[in-house]
Write a protein that binds this ligand. Structure first.
Ligand code: UD1
Length: 370
């Protein structure tokens, strides 16, 4: 019989904005148990407002290593992370490498660790959109199939892993670490009162984020999306937090403003300010995974500009509705979403602020969350 040996040295790899909210609660839970925790930032996202601002808002210590990979094609970015991470991982000799979500940094680090014989834990395992044209879907599939321990945020994710033949003893249903960060940060976010700072009435404005290649890389699609936002602005303020990728595309499009009212284009918004704005929004329009979850937990109506989602629970239990990147569909979905604002936010199993504690209990004590 083998006896369980809890981990004493964990190495986490993060690289892109949505990783940081998933790392923060795990880092806190590891620190609370006195586990040594090495954090490697790949540098996939490098703008201060895409990275440093999030470390500050989430009270994360600075990373121990920064691989400074920056932007490149998918192959080059993934390969560069692998080349630079390999010696760091070899030298650190962690008991486990934790990777988060579905970005290029996730799959690159998982491949390096598994080839070095270091166990890999995947936080946010099992999500599937079924859409293999999304780079994130490929990252999810590969990461889940090389990981030794898979931490699933929802029962549908557990079911996806089972359907792909991943042995159930590798899978823990722990809940959603993104919601851990939200629960921890919400009091500070509300205290910021970002709507007032932006001169907005509570529940009287729309928050927008769009950055998926399918929405912003095609000129005509992006043009139609921007025209839709201009129409929406006539009904009330629209705040568009523009991802660097989207900013470049808008600049390439050479849109000139056709006079007010216009959506207000903002730089990427820091985590607490964004949470404060989203919590009081009338509506959110997005193609982000994290915002689908956050609006669900908060009970804020959300329109997701995508034909599919890897987070179906946000549609079945939450306030989320999907629509394609077409003007009429978005306007109709926005009307429907506003009309059906729920009285109370739903309660979703293990979206309770304690997912990271379960992850760390599994790592340190061998606890099972089947
Ligand atoms: C990545 C993730 C996506 C996640 C998103 C959140 C992958 C495949 N995609 O997409 O899952 O939802 O992050 O933001 O990993 N750029 C900057 N400054 C930055 C970061 C990016 O200017 O700090 C620009 C670069 O021009 C770059 C482009 O944005 O080419 C795309 O960046 P990249 O890291 O490839 O992916 P994202 O689109 O940000």
């Amino acid at each position: 019989m083998t006896t369980f040996r809890g981990v004493t040295r964990v190495l986490s790899v993060v690289g892109a904005r949505p990783n940081f909210m998933k790392l923060a609660p795990v880092a806190r839970a590891l620190a609370a148990r006195g586990v040594e925790h090495i954090v490697v930032h790949t540098g996939q996202h490098y703008d201060p407002d895409m990275s440093d601002a999030f470390f500050r808002d989430l009270c994360l210590p600075l990373p121990d290593h920064n691989l400074d990979v920056g932007s490149a094609s998918h192959a080059r970015q993934t390969a560069e992370i692998m080349v630079r991470f390999e010696p760091v991982c070899s030298a650190a000799q962690p008991d486990i490498v934790l990777v988060y979500g579905d970005v290029n940094s996730t799959v690159a680090a998982a491949l390096v660790a598994v080839k070095l014989g270091v166990p890999v834990g995947h936080v946010e395992a099992g999500l599937r959109s079924g859409d293999r044209s999304m780079p994130e879907e490929i990252n999810r599939i590969v990461t889940d199939h090389v990981a030794d321990t898979l931490f699933a945020p929802s029962r549908d994710a557990v079911e996806n892993l089972r359907a792909e033949g991943i042995p159930s003893e590798r899978v823990h249903f722990v809940g959603n670490v993104m919601i851990d960060s939200l629960v921890a940060a919400l009091p500070a976010a509300r205290a910021l009162d970002a709507p007032a700072r932006h001169g907005l009435d509570k529940q009287g404005y729309t928050v927008v984020t769009l950055h998926r290649p399918a929405n912003v890389d095609d000129r005509e699609t992006l043009r139609e999306l921007l025209e839709t936002l201009v129409i929406m602005s006539k009904g009330g303020p629209v705040l568009f937090a523009v991802h660097p990728r989207t900013k470049t595309r808008i600049e390439e499009l050479g849109l000139d403003s056709a006079g007010p009212p216009q959506p207000k284009l903002l730089d990427p918004i820091p985590y607490l300010e964004m949470l404060s704005l989203v919590a009081e929004a009338e509506l959110v329009i997005t193609d982000s995974g994290g915002l689908q979850e956050e609006t669900t937990w908060l009970g804020v109506p959300c329109v997701t500009v995508r034909p599919n989602t890897e987070r179906p629970i946000t549609c079945t239990m939450g306030t989320n509705r999907l629509t394609r990147a077409r003007r009429d569909g978005i306007l109709q979905a926005a009307r429907d979403a506003r009309a059906q604002r729920p009285g109370a936010a739903p309660t979703i199993e293990y979206w309770d602020g304690l997912a990271a504690d379960r992850i760390v209990a599994a790592l340190c004590e061998g606890a099972r969350f089947a």
